[in-house]
Design a protein around this ligand. Structure first.
Ligand SMILES: Nc1nc2c(ncn2[C@@H]2O[C@H](COP(=O)(O)OP(=O)(O)OP(=O)(O)O)[C@@H](O)[C@H]2O)c(=O)[nH]1
Length: 343
């Protein structure tokens, strides 16, 4: 019992949704003493949805044993950079568990079963938790799993409230600051360093949004913000990160090998919104400014450059994507002199 309380106490200290998945899988494995526990989540990859295994807990002694060979988990712990992930339809059992929201046994080998893992509404990462055993679970064990998952949902809800924007469900500014530092230092998952990828920060600003509010009212304005967030989410690739800081501005962190690829990715976001038929409002456009993330950048220095590029896009007529242009040498000199005058 005290071991269980220790486990739960350490779980409540966690404030990062990704780490929470690993902790949940390990706790479930230890409590149920099963051969393995894995968490699979449905994530967007452009217009497709794919299964990403976010956590897998297999006891080291069992992992090497013949018992685990007889009872393997369905998928290895694939990360986005590890090649292509199974598409939504490639895992019919996982999908049926998710859509029915019912526990679901899996075909042999071994005794394997799934439980749905759906968090607070608005969070775009529904998933399933998979248990692997070589014998059926006792009713007491099943009750323990149900209690553990209820506890997890409550905790995950609190973390999401802290990490996400309440209207759109996108990540919030506080989460951006934390992820940005890791991105600048090359420690944020999703880049492909072997292929020379780096992070790019884009600022997406809805054009003439005040008119939307003035013409159709704030409720429709809020709906437009929500739809814009959903559209961008469905255009983004696996590993891209989307944030809303409040207002009608969105921030995107994505990895790309060079400026032309980053431009193409941000253009896809822009043109997807331009092509969408919004209820009542019909046509909506956005202006996008982007910049490369440098190792010595702070969140505000990179944001400031993207903001300047958005400003240039607005000045140039809106509904366009522009990269931040470094000032020419003489202008940079003038800016530096100008900066000295502030002190
Ligand atoms: N409905 C709604 N409106 C918001 C929200 N946050 C900010 N706004 C509105 O967004 C509008 C932003 O207007 P401006 O900054 O003038 O920009 P704009 O009209 O988009 O014009 P440009 O950016 O120059 O194209 C203001 O009217 C804000 O009140 C929100 O959460 N919901």
């Amino acid at each position: 019992m005290s071991e269980l309380i220790d486990h739960l106490t350490s779980l409540t200290r966690l404030r990062d949704a990704d780490v929470l998945d690993t902790a949940l899988a390990e706790l479930a494995r230890d409590l149920m003493q099963c051969d393995g526990v894995a968490i699979h989540r449905l994530v967007h990859d452009g217009s497709q949805q794919r299964w990403l295994t976010t956590a897998m807990a297999v006891p080291p002694d069992v992992a090497a044993s013949p018992a685990s060979q007889a009872c393997p988990l369905l998928s290895p712990c694939a990360r986005p950079e590890c090649g292509s992930l199974p598409l939504r339809e490639d895992r019919p059992h996982w999908l049926s568990c998710l859509t029915s929201q019912q526990a679901c046994p899996l075909p042999r080998p071994g005794f394997r079963w799934l439980q749905p893992l759906t968090e607070a509404c608005g969070v775009p990462t529904p998933g399933v938790i998979e248990f692997a055993q070589h014998q059926a679970l006792a009713p007491g064990q099943l009750r323990m799993v149900a209690s553990l998952l209820r506890f997890y949902r409550q905790l995950r809800g609190l973390i999401d409230e802290n990490e996400r924007d309440g209207l759109t469900g996108l990540l919030n500014r506080k989460t951006f600051d934390e992820s940005f530092v890791r991105a600048a230092q090359g420690q944020l998952g999703g880049t492909r360093p072997g292929q020379g990828h780096r992070w790019w920060l884009g600022l997406v600003d809805i054009d003439h949004f005040k008119r939307v509010n003035d013409t159709h009212g704030h409720l429709i304005g809020d709906e437009v913000l929500l739809l814009t967030a959903q559209l961008m989410r469905s255009t983004c690739r696996l590993g891209d990160r989307l944030y809303r800081f409040g207002g009608e501005e969105f921030v995107v962190l994505l990895s790309a090998p060079d400026e032309s690829h980053a431009f193409a990715a941000f253009e896809r976001l822009r043109s997807g919104i331009e092509a969408h038929d919004f209820p009542q409002v019909r046509r909506l456009t956005v202006s996008v400014g982007f910049t490369a993330v440098d190792p010595d950048d702070t969140p505000s220095s990179a944001f400031e450059r993207a903001d300047q590029a958005v400003y240039a896009a607005k000045q140039a007529g809106r509904n366009r994507t522009l990269a931040h242009q470094a000032p020419a040498a003489s202008t940079a000199g003038e800016a530096a002199v100008g900066a000295v005058e502030f002190f």
